[in-house]
Design a protein around this ligand. Structure first.
Ligand code: MRU
Length: 342
């Protein structure tokens, strides 16, 4: 059963609090843009497509009680939600889509525009469910019976509405009887691999082995990995891909060992406005995420820390990008353009 990461329920946005997983499955509600912003910033909800959905509902929450200053409130909310986290393209894509929807309907009564905005946020959520399953079907064609797949971070149901991008491909391969095995990188500092990916894979009864991040290259050298599939937070129009910190090292090791390295992401993750990965804003997070594991300090409290949340994998190390419009190959400049035109 896929996990319901985010849904609209009883006039509230209900999300699963991912900071408590895998120990506790707890749902929390957001009723204001501030609560939505906080949930995003503190990673109660995370993962690029899920952030897009959250941002869309956040916009509605910001205008639902608004009257005469409707468009002022709309612009203010959009600006505010945009400050929550900087890297995931889907968040900004969803904010732009909500703004365009509202302005397109600007001659309608305010009550009608509000209704349309809520419907648009629900549509973004429903579309994600279809898109992930489409990607999974395309990606499944790349998987052979008995493959062992490595993944990094969490690109599962928890990072989307309910199914996942990279993990969606894995779920589809598993349910089509391919008897795959998965290695999940734990993904320091916040352990999305250990806490979230391992949890999702075990819930589906998939043969899963957790490793610490520094073990991946050695497994590749021993011939234990057939394929790598990861998600993405933002893809530049030349195919350079930002994903959770550590992805670049995995891609480099895969390239050296001649192992296919796939990125699975919806077109809404592709930022066609930027020509390469050097333009992707990389979030830097609180030093304590590195000084601590969970609540425990594992380093001197006064040690300096560098904590970028993402890195950029150059397009040349990516074998293919799995999207809802099919499998994109190099040169990505051209295949991305074609996919957008389809
Ligand atoms: O910091 P996070 O947990 O939001 O980072 C998430 C990732 O890096 C995922 O791999 C990415 O968003 C793809 S999710 C389908």
């Amino acid at each position: 059963m896929p996990v319901e990461t985010i849904k609209w329920q009883k006039n509230k946005v209900r999300i699963i609090d991912q900071t408590l997983l895998p120990h506790k499955v707890k749902f929390v509600s957001c009723t204001t843009p501030r609560e939505m912003w906080k949930a995003i910033r503190t990673m109660k909800i995370r993962g690029a497509p899920a952030l897009g959905i959250a941002a869309a509902f956040g916009v509605y929450l910001g205008v639902k009680n608004s009257q005469r200053a409707f468009f002022k409130d709309l612009d203010k909310t959009i600006k505010y939600i945009a400050t929550s986290r900087p890297t995931a393209r889907n968040l900004f894509w969803a904010l732009e889509r909500m703004r365009e929807t509202a302005y397109r309907e600007r001659y309608e009564p305010v009550s009608r525009i509000k209704h349309i905005l809520l419907e648009e946020a629900k549509k973004i959520l429903e579309e994600d469910k279809h898109i992930c399953r489409k990607m999974a079907r395309f990606g499944n064609a790349l998987i052979k019976k008995g493959d062992t797949i490595l993944t990094h971070c969490n690109a599962g149901g928890l990072a989307t509405a309910d199914y996942g991008t990279a993990l969606g491909v894995i779920f589809m391969a598993h349910s089509s009887g391919k008897k795959i095995k998965v290695y999940a990188d734990e993904t320091r500092p916040l352990l999305q691999g250990a806490r979230l990916t391992a949890w999702e894979l075990r819930n589906e009864d998939i043969d899963t082995t957790l490793i610490s991040d520094n073990m991946a290259a050695s497994l590749m050298a021993r011939g234990k990995i057939d394929k790598i599939i990861v998600g993405a937070d933002r893809i530049a129009r030349n195919g350079d891909t930002a994903n959770k910190i550590g992805t670049y090292s995995v891609a480099l090791s895969a390239h050296y060992h001649k192992i296919p390295f796939y990125v699975a992401a919806p077109l809404s993750t592709i930022d066609v406005k930027i020509k390469d990965g050097s333009f992707i804003p990389i979030e830097e997070r609180h030093p304590d995420e590195v000084r601590k594991i969970g609540k425990e300090f594992i380093a001197p409290k006064n040690v300096k820390v560098f904590n970028p949340a993402f890195d950029v994998t150059p397009a040349k190390f990516i074998t293919a990008i799995i999207t809802e419009k099919g499998i994109l190959r190099k040169p990505y400049g051209k295949s991305i353009k074609r996919a957008h035109a389809r």
